[in-house]
Design a protein around this ligand. Structure first.
Ligand code: SF4
Ligand code: SF4
Length: 358
């Protein structure tokens, strides 16, 4: 008989760092076009897997000496290689026991609604940017790989359905959403990526996390964001979601602005773009980065057009460079009252964060 314990042991053996299991009904409050029950209507259980991001892939950004390892290993490596291999192995175990395993790896940018702002239809998301810049005949911010999608039956939502990974992880008892909107787990703080399996097997379920709050509301993520994309808690600008009775609240982040800054980091945090490029700001392409324009898809396209060549992508993921909120958060959670206290012999941060003089 298939048990939760068998699944968790198989997940650990295959390389997952943690695994939590929930009844799929915990996602009942999700809007239809982001509700995983439409993926597999007979599914009873949702299995969430955590894959840690090695703290060391942030070291190069912390030191200002190496920026490629984070996007290639933590985004590309986990999403494309490590997590799918675990899903495949655990999925086979479930199907060997006579139940179906709907495996769901991270598929950013494939949804029928934007994974940036939840808006329906044709809008831009990070992983598509590369495709647009390099291959699209008409370069437009309003592009999605599935922009002509439509429901296959009158009672269906349009494919490809994407759901909220971080909230699903909360439902599986794996952690909480921090003020920065990152998933925080007791084992790894903000350093992980996720994958899921949906199955018709009924299993024993984990409770949702109910320990000491993982987020310290310290506002380091706010202060260390190079684009000031995260409003301070005093602004009252937050988003609240209830997952099966558990209140989740996070900052109402300017996601489009973050989209520009997490990849291009800004004048003082991007060592790959010469000072003259910022100073010249040709055709106002960098107005958004220089605080002279509000974030919009049009402004972001201008930023990408001007800056992408200075640090090309070869891993299918945008070249995240800022690392601001994640490193700030790790540094805070490594303090003695944080969930990462004592995890490493030495802290991530050993000196004042660097800032380019220009
Ligand atoms: S940096 Fe502080 S406020 Fe922000 S998510 Fe981490 S613990 Fe919460
Ligand atoms: S990823 Fe970077 S730009 Fe986005 S909110 Fe975090 S620190 Fe700011």
């Amino acid at each position: 008989m298939l048990t939760s314990q068998m699944i968790k042991e198989a997940a650990r053996r295959a390389g997952a760092d943690a695994c939590g299991i929930a009844p799929i009904s915990r996602m009942d409050g999700a809007p239809d076009d982001m509700n995983p029950k439409f993926l597999f209507p007979e599914a009873k259980s949702m299995i969430g897997f955590i894959f840690r991001i090695p703290r060391g892939v942030q070291r190069g950004i912390e030191e200002g000496t190496q920026f490629f390892q984070y996007p290639s290993m933590a985004y590309g490596g986990i999403n494309e290689i490590f997590a799918p291999a675990v899903l495949y192995t655990v999925g086979k175990l479930i199907e060997d026991e006579g139940y179906e395993a709907f495996v769901y790896r991270n598929t950013g940018a494939r949804g029928s609604v934007s994974d940036m702002d939840g808006s329906p239809g044709s809008s831009l998301s990070p992983e598509e940017q590369i495709e647009i810049n390099e291959n699209a005949k008409m370069s437009t911010a309003h592009h999605r790989s599935v922009q002509f999608t439509r429901p296959t039956r009158s009672d269906n939502v349009a494919p490809d359905l994407q759901f909220h990974f971080r909230l699903a992880a909360v439902a599986c008892g794996l952690g909480e959403i921090g003020y920065s909107k990152m998933l925080l787990t007791p084992q790894f703080g903000p350093l992980q990526r996720l994958a899921f399996i949906f199955t018709d097997a009924e299993l024993e379920y984990d409770e949702m996390y109910n320990g000491e709050p993982l987020c310290k509301k310290c506002m380091r993520c706010v202060r260390e964001c190079p684009g000031k994309c995260i409003p301070d808690i005093k602004s009252g600008k937050t988003i609240k979601v209830n997952i099966a009775g558990k209140e989740c609240e996070w900052a109402d982040i300017d996601m489009w602005k973050c989209y520009a800054f997490y990849t291009h980091a800004g004048r003082y945090q991007n060592p790959f773009v010469p000072k003259e490029v910022w100073d010249k700001n040709e055709n106002g392409a960098l107005d958004l980065m220089e605080g002279k324009a509000e974030a919009s898809e049009v402004e972001i396209m201008k930023v990408y057009g001007a800056l992408q060549k200075y640090f090309p992508s070869w891993v299918g993921y945008n070249m995240a460079k800022c690392g601001g909120c994640i490193r700030g958060c790790v540094s805070r959670l490594e303090m003695k009252d944080g969930c990462l206290a004592g995890r490493f012999e030495a802290p991530l941060r050993t000196k004042k964060p660097w800032k380019l003089e220009r």
